[in-house]
Design a protein around this ligand. Sequence first.
Ligand code: SF4
Ligand code: SF4
Length: 371
Amino acid sequence: MNESGAERGAAWLTRIGLDQLIAKLKELGYQVVGPRLGDGAIVYDAIEGVKDLPAGWTEEQEAGIYRLRRREDDALFGYNLGPQSWKRFLHPPVLRILAAEKSNGEFRILPPLDRPPRYAFLGVRACELAAIAVLDRVLLEDAFPEPNYLARRSELVVIAVQCTRAAPTCFCASMGTGPGVRSGFDIALTELGEGFLAQAGSERGRGLIESVEHEPASEDLIRQAEEAVADVAARLVRRIETQDLARRLQQALESPHWDDVARRCLACGNCTMVCPTCFCTTVEDTSTVPCDRVERWRKWDSCFTESFSYIHGGSVRTSVRARYRQWLTHKLSWWVDQFDMFGCVGCGRCITWCPAKIDLTQEVSKVVASG
Ligand code: SF4
Ligand code: SF4
């Protein structure tokens, strides 16, 4: 016998219900982070309620192009992706990891800064859930879990949103990460007109839906939501051919096309900063003068800088060719050897935010073809 929508934890929420959900999460002590307008883009930041969401806004994206645009309706989630990913909350760009102060001639280690907030993310797309799974694999599931990531990740509540439109830069379908949200969430919302189909992905999600005004979702609503996502899948045009890609890239390490990309690439590192899965960091030590307080800060780093590969007396990747090749082959080849998954989820941010309009989907196919 087929389960009804209600038995599957599916409900219809109005915007009032969504507002109550945000309020409930705040009441439970979560900092709710969601999309809002900021810096001429849709960014992720703390939100207080539905009033903060980017109603009626969308974006235009292409290689090297991002512009906000008004929509003809007032959809709350009618955009795809802005420059920021959830990585900035789980794996912050700048973090103090150690501090010590001298007193009575001896250095004393200071206690850590305040505990990180308990986050509830609202508006996580399918590719972004996949990106969080990649970060989990790298930062949690090895022999030594990264404690700062663990502290932020362990209590995370995830409210996902299904994509009902695709940007021309998206290629999640070919990476197997979207457009449909399948797992890793507490609640998945599909925006349909003035309300949402809310589907529980965990007991916690089911309880949250139960705690706000809702109605049982009809089978017709569930079908409408499935059709909306299927329609997005049909409209995705950009893709990477992933069949045997890790091996084919390793065979193309001397492809002449790396030189072609290197002539265009500015080595600015934008692609690594916007990428939801790039996790590399460096440390910076500071001290007061005279030296009675020292601090160690962890900061995002980029493999596009020459200093990134500095090892006892020199950098091992001095050319832009070597650095671009490292970045691309790490994502799509070495990562597969190391973690048995791609390090790219097909979000397309590196395409949109590259000032030189370099598009990894095109570069990969040219490298492999000429390798
Ligand atoms: S590929 Fe583009 S974004 Fe990345 S470093 Fe080169 S110019 Fe910058
Ligand atoms: S490499 Fe580019 S498309 Fe892939 S996850 Fe990173 S930013 Fe997104």
